[in-house]
Ligand binder design. Sequence first.
Ligand code: EPZ
Length: 430
Amino acid sequence: MDKFIIKGGRRLEGEVTISGAKNAVVAIIPAVILADGPCILENIPDISDVSISLRILYEMGAIVENLGGGVYRIDATPIKEPVVPYELARHMRASYYFLGTLLGKFHRARVAMPGGCYLGDRPIDQHLKAFTALGADCRLENGMIDISADMLIGSQIYFDKISVGATINAILAAVRATGLTVIENAAKEPHIVDLANFLNSMGADIMGAGTDVIKIRGVRQLKGTSYAIIPDQIEAGTYMVAAAATKGNVLIKNVIPKHLESITAKLAKIGVNVEEFDDSVRISVDGPLVKTSVKTQPHPGFPTDMQPQFSTLLCLAEGTSIVTEEIFNNRFRYVDELRRMGADISVEGRVAVIEGVGKLYGAPVTAPDLRAGAALVIAGLAAAGVTEIDDIYHIERGYENIEQKLRALGADIEKRTVPGTAVRKDPAAM
Ligand code: EPZ
């Protein structure tokens, strides 16, 4: 098992460049199946969720070429069997996007139930509601989701709950359906807009992505295209918080400031300086951080994927802060780990009360999931002493070259493989 060893207490200074967005790319890679020709994808991050997504395409028969520099040429036209085996699907929650894309292309799909990183309940009822509305028959048996349709007919889909995954799956299934599909109460995350732009560059007819009503006129054919993935708003937010936690001064490059608005607002509120430029932001801190309250919300609200990182920063702020996790019903599993480092946090259901302690201390900790792992890295960077973080495979699913990027900013971080522990636990997917 690999670990990170971090000697904390060093200010982060310099520049870091943000990679392509994980939650966009895990939807866009499966979407290549909908094209009747090869696609060129650029700005693809080197993270394990991408490797798994590409492996699934490869195992299904697609031709996947790594052209170097984050550029891939993918020809999915050889795929004939719309089945994603359990062995691959279980590693990643986003494997369920193969349901929408295979249904959209072949009118049938058989995909293993996705793994579920333990953030609490993560049902897929809204995904199945969308497929059913389009005319598909959905069955769950032996851990596999089996969907099929004689025809896919455009339909009205109203989501009972705002869901990023269900919105993406509905788009993937509807782009080649017959007629007009209207999705209401749709999620508005930047990665949904990125997917819609990608599909439209293939010849799809999608309007309204980024709003809560998305209209899709089905088309008969989609052609191959070239497309560059947007920068990762959560990776950017993570480095913003890391810079603030170490009272550093960091220029974060290759960002879309508009995607960071809610993060920027909250950082400014607690006393962090955020300077915005066209495609970068600079973070610095020249005074004490102060308490605040934050509630996670669907975009454009404060992102749930930034909740563990921001909560860690609030441990270093003066006063009592309140963090409410509105999206998932168990996203505070990192709190026990932070307590080992001296944090004073009490959790009641979806609410964490954080007493600013001013200082954290290095300790051995374990990453429970991707963003919680990122939070522990931030805690280790800010803490006095040495922090060892175990199970870092979670972190490497969503952060490209994180130790190299942090070392370039002056952090004392190294990755160590513990001999004889190479066998990895089943990676919780998310
Ligand atoms: C996506 O998960 C992201 N994952 C998550 O990022 C992110 O936290 C989440 O969206 C919210 O932004 C990927 O994009 C691969 P949801 P997803 O469907 O699609 C409930 C990360 O760290 N729900 O928007 O699974 C669900 O239980 C990961 O990068 C239903 O009830 O999230 C949750 O409470 C973690 N029924 C809420 O909706 C459904 O059918 C939002 O979930 C679907 C969801």
